[in-house]
Design a protein around this ligand. Sequence first.
Ligand SMILES: C[S@@+](CC[C@H](N)C(=O)[O-])C[C@H]1O[C@@H](n2cnc3c(N)ncnc32)[C@H](O)[C@@H]1O
Length: 481
Amino acid sequence: MALMADLQRFLRDRSLSVCNLPQKGRSLFTGRDFVPGEVITSQEPYVCVPNNSSPESRCDGCFKTNNLKKCSGCQVVWYCGSSCQKSEWKLHRHECKALSTLEKEKRKFVTPTIRMMLKLYIKRNLQNEKVIPITTTDDYSLVEALVSHMSELDEKQLMLYAQMANLVNLILQLPSIDLKEIAENFSKFSCNAHSICDSELRPQGIGLYPFVSIINHSCAPNAILVFEEQMAVVRAMGHIPKDSEVTISYIETAGSTLTRQKSLKEQYLFHCECTRCSNIGTPHDIEESAILEGYRCANENCTGFLLRDPDERGFVCQKCTLLRSKEEVKKLAGDVKKVSENAPASPSAENKQDAISVYKAMEKLQARLFHSFSITLMRTREKLLKMLMEVENWREALNYCRLIVPVYLRVYPATHPLIGLQLYTQGKLEWLLEETEDAVSSLTKAFDILRISHGTSTCFMKELSAKLDEARAEACFKRAN
Ligand SMILES: C[S@@+](CC[C@H](N)C(=O)[O-])C[C@H]1O[C@@H](n2cnc3c(N)ncnc32)[C@H](O)[C@@H]1O
């Protein structure tokens, strides 16, 4: 009861409230207007772990990748130095002891999700023993309140969680541990845990933020969740009036309504009825799906979108009425598939040039098959951009970057950080290639978007701001000369 009163006070102080909505369960509401970029709430993780997939390991404290040393006790966890090791020791002391007794063979099964569960129980025990203080938002009772959807899981999923719970039990060997509760907590992780990303939205680890987890999903959200180190920060993406529900997006929102709904159903077990999803089946929604996930017109100069021909002969352009035959589409799709089978998902440094050639061939074929705003084509270009940056081919990288930005502008809301980040990359490339005026324009747009999602006080934003100032000064100098 005291905790509930604490939570109510905590919410009131931040002009927020939690309501129970029949279709959604707990939902976070605003008690005043919020302006674009304003922090609505933030929270440190109850528990978090880095993604420690080889070859890249991360420090357990700060998630950095440099100067790492393995914990000599358990040989599982990495640290960048004594400061991180010390700050983690209260918790890791217990985990280390438990992991050390685990057979070496079994240690490879200790995935980040398993580790997060180990840390969850260790922290709960330490809080019960008052070794770690309990605060309003750092409290296991908030974990207990999370939705699990246990009763909706199929046999296969339940079996997997039971096996994972057994492993946790084997490692921790706590006398009072309840296997059913651990399995249920794995299910809670699946629909409540967040992927912790750096400022450039690259995943670094996973974390449980039981207060932030009260926020529901929308495919047209009014807020965004970003991370400052490991702290989750929720910012308003636009003006949010008083008494509105705060929503974030749980998924990649670039995709047709059917694709978005499928991924929400699979992982979060609900049917989304947000403003975008309630358009399903309308002419606008059909057009959008055909553009994002469909084929291009046979006439190269036409920008129309294609729908299935009622006589099943193929696909008809809705702008110029030209028919693209089933056979032609099938042949081209087969060619794309053949090339894509040779495209490595993560090419090594040695075969990067070969991989670039394969992806370029794939991009050419996809550009003939798909609409120019196709998500599949966009993903191939993103991959090419990344590889070209890695081999320092700035000119070609810039060309792909310029093809990606218009697609982002179409598939994401205007203040989405992915647009800002892509413009930031474009600006840096333009500057490097001495297209200074263009660089100033791209960096300015990037800054205007990213200051809403990222704020202005992080190192990342300070660096962007400094680059923009420098580019402006250089452009001024060039103009004067
Ligand atoms: C991270 S929790 C959000 C808080 C949750 N409403 C609660 O009561 O704890 C995610 C779960 O909330 C529900 N949810 C989130 N967004 C929703 C939405 N737009 N419509 C319906 N249910 C939603 C789903 O059950 C989903 O698995």
